[in-house]
Design a binder for this molecule. Structure first.
Ligand code: BTN
Length: 326
């Protein structure tokens, strides 16, 4: 059971909360409650204080604040500790350093801005300040390094489900773990890990989700949720939803149970059935994407009729296949 805070009590309640009620529930003085209300107001929370009824939360700032994320989060491991920063070089880099120092399983690092956001295959990840979600989660599953890509597949499914639940938008996964909307990039996932010979020490799952950015502020070929919905979307419920999905999936993955992940991935796949070109070290493979193996490798039937198994790299979607597969 999480310890309540002034914010969680104001967020959880339906009406106003008197200073006396808050101080009683928190076991602190009314002066301490008043002090905390001032801190919250400074952070941008609009809190009404009426003499007879008490405090009422009118609105929250559009910032990701650990207490607010935590207040309504009901997860077991993911989100066990949430750290929100204004600026970092990269949430993955900070999460990695924290994990090396022993940070707990499920610890999350979020930032409003990254100075040197990292993408897959040595690329950079650019995101305008305070518009999107930049999140890294420290996981300590009992698995081998060979199984780590399956964690990334699961993470892509979790983000797709959370986006669907919170916004109604049906994002599709482009192999291995990009999320696309209208064939434009909505989300990228960068997984980094530290492993010994037979076991992963920790995995950092880094998620960059374009929520409120104007596509003109993003790299070409990108899209954001707000640009499709035509309205700004609150990021906190979306983060909570992602953490909730990750927590449910992690309940199984933690002990090396990956059943159902490949089929869940296929449900959201925008790659299976597409004509694709895969850029592999030293060569390219072009053909029809046929779906993934349980380990996440993509099967491509090449134009010359060969079956190619692609384990890492990047693909480009060409044009959609006809029903006959031509
Ligand atoms: C990709 O190339 O598609 C993966 C992009 C991953 C970006 C996220 S943003 C949060 C986390 N921190 C980083 O530096 N990168 C990941």
């Amino acid at each position: 059971m999480k310890k309540p805070t002034v914010l969680s009590l104001l967020m959880g309640g339906t009406g106003a909360c008197s200073g006396e009620e808050l101080s009683g529930k928190l076991g602190v003085s009314r002066a301490a409650v008043w002090k905390e209300i001032q801190v919250l107001r400074k952070l941008g929370y609009r809190i009404d204080a009426a003499p007879h009824t008490g405090y009422r939360l009118l609105s929250s700032p559009d910032r990701l604040i650990a207490d607010e994320l935590d207040a309504l989060l009901r997860t077991r491991v993911v989100g066990s500790r949430i750290l929100c920063y204004d600026q970092l070089d990269s949430t993955n880099t900070t999460a990695y350093a924290l994990a090396e120092k022993g940070a707990a399983d499920g610890t999350c690092v979020l930032a409003e801005h990254q100075r040197c956001g990292k993408g897959r295959l040595g690329r950079t990840w650019n995101s305008p300040k305070s518009r999107n979600i930049l999140l890294s989660v420290i996981l300590r599953p009992r698995i081998t390094a060979l199984d780590a890509p399956r964690v990334t597949l699961a993470a892509a499914v979790c983000v797709a489900r959370a986006v669907e639940r919170e916004t109604g938008l049906g994002a599709r996964i482009k192999w291995p773990n990009d999320l696309l909307l209208n064939e434009r990039k909505l989300c990228g996932i960068l997984t980094e890990m530290s492993a010994e010979t037979d076991r992963v020490a920790f995995i950092i799952v880094g998620i960059g989700l374009n929520v409120n950015a104007d596509p003109a502020e993003l790299p070409p070929g990108s899209i954001s949720i707000a640009s499709v919905l035509g309205r700004v979307v609150r990021r906190a419920p979306l983060v909570r939803s992602i953490l909730t999905e990750l927590d449910a999936a992690y309940g199984r993955i933690k002990d090396g149970v990956f059943d159902g992940i490949a089929s869940a991935w296929e449900e959201y796949s925008g790659t299976t059935g597409q004509r694709v070109i895969a850029h592999l070290p030293g060569r390219t493979v072009q053909g029809a994407a046929q779906g993934i193996d349980t380990d996440g490798a993509l099967w491509i039937r090449t134009d010359s009729g060969l079956q190619e198994r692609v384990l890492t790299g990047d693909i480009v979607h060409l044009r959609r296949q006809t029903k006959e597969g031509s």
